[in-house]
Design a protein around this ligand. Structure first.
Ligand code: ZN
Length: 312
């Protein structure tokens, strides 16, 4: 369903944008832009992955979040703001990185593609492990959970929309973008099937995580997430929250407490010691994985989950 009602009007608008972008690009804040390619800025790794896969050799992608950096609290330097100003397309997620939201608001114009707008986001607390009197887990992001990329079917839907947007910016290659989005959609459907089958027969379904990044994954595969902190990783859990999580981990006989690649494992290790559990890495894929790509990291997470939850 990528056919637009008024391609001529869109193409005219795109020419106007490209003209503006071309003038701005002379300031060279984007650095090394190839005039033959579409200059895209992606806010963080999963959006970079998506843009590179769907854009192929027609795009150059700058990721605003450098490898090893934790993307939630990203600050933009002047050069990166220049990249946002010069880009022909900005791929970002409202409510995830306040600095990017602000830069897009000030400089994005209609070059910005907000992936949060593709499908309604989950409420932060929806489907979470809620108890009466428990509060303070939906304080960030206006109560919406931004971590949509951890559900591969949602990422596929975002990919289709991204292909449409790239086709507007670069109409000559619109069919290529659609085709590549279709190919990626097929790969994500395979991954989805592996998850559904791999997690069908588990002894336990509760996952104790560091920050509550896995709400979409948990909802889609009928797991239950017990998060030590809220939607952003920087907050230290209170002693009260640590005690609650330890109690739940015991109740559910959780054998594994998960920690993340970009955040200190200290708290997870404390809980694990207290309840006699192991620790393991469950990657929220907020940054590029050490090996491979998004699909590799998702498959590694699946193996980790299968071991931790005793799925035979
Ligand atoms: Zn997160």
């Amino acid at each position: 369903m990528t056919v637009r009602a008024t391609p001529r009007a869109l193409a005219a608008a795109t020419v106007a944008l490209l003209t503006l972008g071309g003038v701005a690009a002379c300031s060279d804040a984007g650095g090394g832009a190839d005039p033959d390619k579409v200059d895209v800025v992606a806010a963080f790794y999963p959006l970079q992955f998506l843009t590179e896969r769907i854009g192929g050799d027609r795009v150059t992608v700058d990721n605003l979040t450098k490898p090893g950096a934790e993307p939630h609290d990203l600050e933009l330097n002047p050069r990166q703001v220049g990249q946002v100003v010069d880009a022909e397309l900005i791929v970002y997620l409202t409510g995830f990185q306040p600095a990017v939201d602000e830069a897009v608001e000030q400089n994005g114009g209609d070059r910005a593609f907000d992936v949060a707008g593709v499908a309604p986001l989950r409420d932060a607390a929806a489907g979470g492990h809620e108890h009466e009197g428990e509060a303070g887990h939906e304080e960030e992001s206006g109560g919406k959970d931004p971590h949509l990329w951890l559900d591969p079917t949602r990422l596929a839907a975002v990919g289709d929309k991204l292909a449409e947007r790239l086709g507007v910016v670069d109409p000559d290659h619109a069919a290529d973008y659609t085709a590549r989005a279709g190919a990626l959609r097929a790969e994500l459907a395979t991954l989805d099937t592996e998850y559904a089958e791999g997690l069908r027969t588990c002894q336990r379904r509760e996952i104790v995580t560091s920050h509550t990044a896995f709400g979409y994954l948990a909802a889609h595969y009928e797991l239950e997430q017990i998060g030590l902190t809220g939607l952003t990783p920087e907050s230290e859990p209170s002693p009260q929250r640590l005690a609650e999580v330890a109690k739940e981990a015991r109740e559910h006989r959780a054998g594994t407490i998960f920690f993340e690649t970009l955040v200190s494992p200290k708290v997870a290790e404390t809980i694990a010691r207290e309840v006699g559990a192991r620790t393991a890495v469950l990657d929220p894929i907020e940054g590029p994985p050490a090996e491979g790509d998004y699909l590799t990291a998702m498959r590694a997470n699946l193996q980790t989950l299968r071991t931790a939850l005793d799925c035979s």
